[in-house]
Design a binder for this molecule. Sequence first.
Ligand SMILES: [Fe+2]
Length: 292
Amino acid sequence: MEEEILETRESKYKKNKKKGHSKMTVIIVVLLILIALTFIYMRYIATFGFIVKEYNVTSEKLPESFNGFKIAHLSDIHYASMGKEKLDKVVEEVNIMKPDLIVFTGDLYDRFSNLTDDMKEKIIDSLSKLEAPFGKYAVSGNHDYEHDGYQEIIEKCGFTYLSNESNLIYNNGNTPIEIVGYPSIINDTPDYNISLSDNYKIGLIHEGDAFDNIENKDFNLVLAGHSHGGQVRLPIIGSIKFMLPDYAKKYSEEYYKVNNTQIYISYGLGESEFYIRAFNKPSFNFYRLYNK
Ligand SMILES: [Fe+2]
């Protein structure tokens, strides 16, 4: 009799232990599935395709002859993360929108990946098809110093490389606008003291936080990249601060206005380091300038 009671107790204990084990197994399996789904979303779904962010930019300083002027702003391509097929689609979309001017604010490459001759040729083949009657202008990003020949490649793509330089752009009028480009503050030595005109001025920088150095230069429009919007963003919260790179701690979001300067930060077309995003589609920006 006693033996029977002992046996029953033992089997109950084993059953409970088994139940506990199977519960734990279910929890672990569910967690693994959730982690796998999150990874699939961030790596493949959130990075898939791209969107165009369109903005109307108004300034009384803009000459009448530039009213309605259209600018396509590409940034942070990080070629290794996207490949030729996607880059060709971006080029096609930009050309469909018929911009007057195209700017690129750096990070054509990625320092965490190789850059082969074949990749260089593919980049040139794609980007040289970008069309803009008033030209294409580029500055360097911090990653562009990790491989050789950035200036050569970007120029072969038909871009004017601006490194502490500016150009005046005329449009059938006497009053031009000025486009100014500074190289990466992380891997180069920008000269923020180059002399500038008093015209409507567009500044190109890679790292948004470099804006602090040109805050008093009376720019009307400053375009930058680098932050990738944090790559991984959370609903309501937005970017996760510690994930933002250096020099994108202050100016990391889409838009700022400081005195008379409007600042737009592109969240980029590619990804760096971990090829992931969340709630932050790859994108390029498209501006329409108006003078009233
Ligand atoms: Fe970047």
